[in-house]
Design a binder for this molecule. Sequence first.
Ligand code: FES
Length: 141
Amino acid sequence: MYSEKVMDHFTNPRNVGELPDANAVGRVGNPVCGDIMQIYLKIENDVVVDAKFKTFGCGAAIATSSMATELVKGKTVEEALKLSNKAVTEALDGLPPVKMHCSVLAEEGIKSAIADYYKRQGIDPEPIVGCIGDCDHCCHH
Ligand code: FES
């Protein structure tokens, strides 16, 4: 049912924990299942230099958190904002259709952390972060 990459990131997740010096913290809940994810980013000169996560959720949520934090490291904030749940899922060689909603959490977790980063800088995050508009799960619709 799960790809080898999903199993690898589930059994050996990368970047688990908190970042004490994070300057961007996101917390999102999945309305489909109630699972929760926290994302910690350290951003320097507009580049994500470190990322960690804590996810209270299913195996697919843990695997997608692990992959998402790997994917945003070294990216600019603008690039990290463009990370889609589809890209995270593809990097894991796919997820079963019933678990696709779990990957939305990873995308929204990163976006929520970046919104926090903008807020801390006194920038209104709404026009920048906006709605991803391609899922049925979030509360923006
Ligand atoms: Fe909740 Fe996967 S079942 S995130």
